[in-house]
Design a protein around this ligand. Structure first.
Ligand code: ADP
Ligand code: MG
Length: 239
């Protein structure tokens, strides 16, 4: 078995008097494909914002590659290898598609002193946006925006990619296209946490699935076992 990449232990996150994460523990191994599912409002996005460092936590620990992240700011977590996509793509609309990837490349310190534009183009080609490099990001279709989100995340050369509902609103064929992309990234050794409501996609992609409900982990296991788990059914469909 490969080594532990990310370890979340007893994570607590409150918004005022509301507890959004109530002692969440989970683990991701190097190169693993993990599905993270749960009803709306169960805390999935909050969890990954805590891991990415865009939200402070109220308890528990997050350990990445053996280091307790504590109050480490988001940009340093990015440099250590944690990348996330946002549920609602937020490109820099005044910039070209290429510039949208060049900025995070520089930010993550991965320009390598080399030609940032060339590296950005390489990344765009890898997500199938090579021919859109010089267009304004405003001109992109929904799936192209999602691909740009992935490209921006990849610019940091992550060891862990957290994809937050990157398939929402896409057609079946487009979902398959995004799946293939995520499989390809994983094939290059990147561990992926897939947060997704499209069950067919999560089931096909994930080696293991963690289920959140109301800020706690209610189930964890192989996709087939999760499908048959009565607690999971209750969480989604009520009693
Ligand atoms: P999910 O991604 O699983 O749909 P979220 O993590 O977005 O769920 O939200 C979990 C809960 O925390 C929800 O009840 C949501 O309303 C609440 N929440 C999320 N972000 C904030 C915030 N910034 N302030 C207050 N409440 C929030
Ligand atoms: Mg969410």
């Amino acid at each position: 078995m490969s080594e532990t990449l990310l370890q979340v232990e007893g994570l607590i996150k409150r918004f005022g008097g509301f507890t959004a994460l109530d002692g969440v523990s989970l683990e991701v191994r190097a190169g693993e494909r993990l599905g993270l599912i749960g009803p709306n409002g169960s805390g999935k996005t909050t969890l990954i914002s805590c891991v990415a460092g865009t939200l402070p936590t109220d308890g528990g620990r997050i350990v990445f590659k053996g280091t307790v992240l504590g109050r480490m700011p988001a940009y340093r977590r990015t440099r250590r290898g944690i990348a996330r996509s946002y549920q609602v793509p937020k490109p820099f609309t005044s910039m070209t598609v290429l510039e949208n990837v060049a900025v995070p490349l520089e930010y993550a310190g991965r320009g390598g002193g080399g030609d940032v534009a060339a590296r950005a183009l390489e990344i765009l080609v890898s997500v199938g946006l090579g021919d859109k490099a010089d267009e304004n990001s405003l001109s992109l279709t929904q799936i192209e925006l999602r691909k740009l989100e992935l490209a921006r995340a990849l610019a940091a050369e992550p060891e862990l990619l957290i994809a937050d509902e990157v398939m929402a609103g896409l057609s079946n064929a487009e979902v398959d296209e995004m799946l293939e992309l995520l499989f390809a990234f994983n094939g290059r050794g990147i561990a992926v946490i897939m947060i997704e409501h499209i069950m067919r996609a999560v089931m096909r992609f994930s080696q293991r699935i963690v289920v959140l409900d109301a800020g706690t982990v209610i189930a964890e296991g192989a996709p087939d076992d999760i499908l048959k788990n009565p607690d999971v059914e209750r969480a989604y469909f009520g009693e």
